[in-house]
Write a protein that binds this ligand. Structure first.
Ligand code: KIV
Length: 290
């Protein structure tokens, strides 16, 4: 029997029961399968794939088509985890109807079960429309990478009283608009805890301390693959980048030295076919010499 899929309602129930929610990014099948095997509750196909996979400097250039390509891969692979697709920059900010259509594409074409978008009160109207249309929405406030040019070097958000209260109001506006969960990114832990205590829906923290109802990190950072593993709020649980570098340089050495492929990596002809083949070759070679 297939395991039953985690739903937005399950996440809310987990918060009510004091169970922590485990979330990670996933952009492809191998990652989705590893995460599912570990019982990860939420797989976010984040637009962080722009920097992590596609070589962009920021998440801003990521398109709907690029996102859909990866959302489909994860949705095809995940049986139990809730698959959340991240709406990329300018896919929901300019126009409410376009926002709804793009969110719908992630469910209809991509196979995701929910979408995520950035922004507090300013995103509430778009969220309400999506929720009314039957699309579960995860919010995202604090440091929102699609506004990186506004924040500049100020990564941590909500450090003074006014900013902290704005954050709390944004969180309440998102809950009111119908979000089933909210990502809090790079927020002082006191603020994240205060927000979490005042919401019925769960908060999922990234760089927001232990007072959130769940945690999310970028998969590559967790396994120590790439520069993100050194960020203050990341704890790398492996050094996969180093393991991969070593494996590839061993392979390159073996190819150059003729140590790979060895006999056991090659296919052979059946003995009878081989004898006939050698006979044909000998005749061909003799004919060429005449
Ligand atoms: O794009 C992303 O991966 C994210 C998470 C890190 C929250 O938004």
């Amino acid at each position: 029997m297939l395991p039953s899929r985690v739903t937005p309602g399950d996440l809310r129930a987990m918060k009510a029961e004091g169970k922590r929610i485990v979330a990670l990014t996933a952009y492809d099948r191998p990652t989705a399968e590893i995460c599912e095997a570990a019982g990860v509750d939420v797989l976010l196909v984040g637009d962080s794939l722009g920097n992590v996979l596609l070589g962009y400097e920021t998440t801003l250039p990521v398109t709907m088509e690029e996102m859909l390509h990866h959302v489909k891969a994860v949705a095809r692979s995940a049986r139990r985890s809730l698959v959340v697709a991240d709406l990329p920059f300018l896919s929901y900010q300019a126009d409410l109807a376009e926002a709804l259509r793009n969110a719908g594409r992630f469910l209809k074409e991509g196979g995701a079960q929910a979408v995520k978008l950035e922004g507090g009160d300013r995103s509430a109207e778009a969220i309400e429309r999506m929720v009314t249309a039957g699309i579960p929405v995860m919010g995202h406030i604090g440091y929102t990478p699609q506004s990186s040019h506004v924040f500049g070097k100020n990564v941590v958000q909500g450090r003074d009283v006014d900013a902290a209260l704005t954050l709390l109001n944004d969180a309440l506006a998102l809950e009111e608009a119908g979000c089933f969960a909210i990502v809090l990114e790079c927020v002082p832990r006191e603020v994240a805890q205060a927000v979490s205590e005042r919401l019925v829906i769960p908060t999922i923290g990234i760089g927001a301390g232990a007072g959130c109802d769940g945690q999310i990190l970028v998969f590559h950072d967790v396994v120590g693959w790439g520069a993100g593993a050194t960020l203050k709020f990341v704890k790398p649980y492996a050094q996969i980048g180093e393991t991969l570098r070593q494996a590839v340089s061993d392979y390159a050495r073996d190819v150059r030295e003729g140590a790979f492929p060895a006999a056991e990596h090659a296919f052979t002809m059946p003995a009878e076919a081989r004898a006939l083949f050698e006979q044909e070759l000998a005749e061909l070679d003799a004919g060429c010499g005449e």
